[in-house]
Design a binder for this molecule. Structure first.
Ligand SMILES: NC(=O)c1ccc[n+]([C@@H]2O[C@H](COP(=O)([O-])OP(=O)(O)OC[C@H]3O[C@@H](n4cnc5c(N)ncnc54)[C@H](OP(=O)(O)O)[C@@H]3O)[C@@H](O)[C@H]2O)c1
Length: 291
């Protein structure tokens, strides 16, 4: 009998969908979270900051989905001890979510996590996705779309092959349950490279309200991000990412989703249609004021 699958980030965008898909495939799923009482189904406390939570979370687990702590410049410092604990617990396969291009960024935390997993002797599958389409349906971009009908980014006219996080979850489910994905790395993108005028048009047409893309300078982006409360180090990291974007380094399209799932990756139109309510203005009370 196979063991359980531990899913990190189970309350998040990829891990949440992945848990549902794995349960649908008849797998026994254990959600790893800092707040197990908020989760449905089997959940266990796992805090990357608290190594004492690792061993109990891994009891009876033979496969795992690993994410790095979002936005953490030193995410490897907490992820590598977890990988060591996975090896001690005889976990046999880890599907590891990193990001597009990390294989060319030797000093980055995500690359260090990939290398530590490869050196551990546990079978690995690295999933290296491009930016998620879901960034348009959540902060920090969502408030600007709701308030001003505008996407402000320092991306000039450069394109990004955005991917729907639901596709990443489906690829992760396949990698964890179908044979042949061990010791592989997949760069995952959406079906096409889009500039932000195209993204704004897709969201506008699905939500029934005009939405524009307004390219901004790096300095304006820095100010806006700092004003929204992001820590300085995260602001500089994001500003740096958009420098890569402007060089079209996030535009390449891969066929990995189609090859693994046997269908094309989800389009921006599909994403926008499925999330159209995220961009609706809040409902008004009888007196006309928003609730
Ligand atoms: N967003 C993108 O466009 C993008 C692109 C490429 C790669 N990625 C990668 O995808 C991953 C997910 O990113 P996301 O932005 O979509 O986040 P997310 O999965 O929506 O949410 C963050 C998750 O991280 C978990 N988490 C945070 N701190 C934790 C800690 N100390 N210990 C254990 N779990 C912790 C949270 O779990 P609890 O709150 O339940 O504990 C939550 O489920 C990240 O590693 C990121 O590098 C993102």
């Amino acid at each position: 009998m196979t063991g359980k699958i531990l899913v990190l980030g189970a309350s998040g965008r990829v891990g949440g969908r992945l848990s549902t898909l794995l349960s649908g495939r008849g797998e026994r799923v254990r959600a790893a979270t800092r707040r197990p009482s908020l989760m449905q189904g089997e959940a266990v406390e796992l805090d990357l900051e608290r190594p004492e939570t690792f061993a109990p979370a891994l009891e009876g687990v033979d496969r795992a989905f690993l994410i790095a702590r979002p936005g953490d410049e030193q995410a490897d410092a907490v992820a590598i001890p977890l990988i060591e604990e996975m090896r001690r617990a005889d976990v046999r396969h880890v599907v590891n979510l990193t990001a597009m291009g990390v294989e060319r960024m030797e000093g980055s935390a995500l690359r260090r996590i990939e290398l530590a997993l490869e050196a551990s002797g546990i079978a690995f599958t690295h999933l290296r996705p491009n930016w998620f389409m879901q960034v348009f349906a959540s902060p920090p971009l969502l408030p600007g779309i709701l308030a001003a009908g505008a996407i402000h980014l320092p991306a000039a006219d450069a394109r990004i092959s955005y991917i729907d996080a639901r596709d990443i979850a489906e690829v992760a489910a396949a990698a964890l349950t179908d044979p042949g994905h061990e010791n592989r790395a997949y760069t995952l993108t959406g079906p096409e490279a889009l500039d932000h005028h195209e993204v704004a048009r897709a969201i506008g047409s699905a939500s029934g309200r005009p939405i524009r893309y307004i390219p901004i300078t790096e300095e304006a982006a820095r100010k806006a991000m700092a004003g929204s409360g992001l820590p300085a180090v995260r602001v500089e990291r994001l500003v740096g990412f958009y420098r890569l974007v402007r060089q079209e380094l996030c535009a390449p399209v891969t066929e990995a989703v189609r090859e693994i799932l046997g269908r094309p990756a989800l389009s921006i139109e599909q994403f926008a249609s499925d999330h159209s309510r995220a961009w609706s203005p809040p409902p008004a009370c009888k007196d006309g004021n928003p609730r």
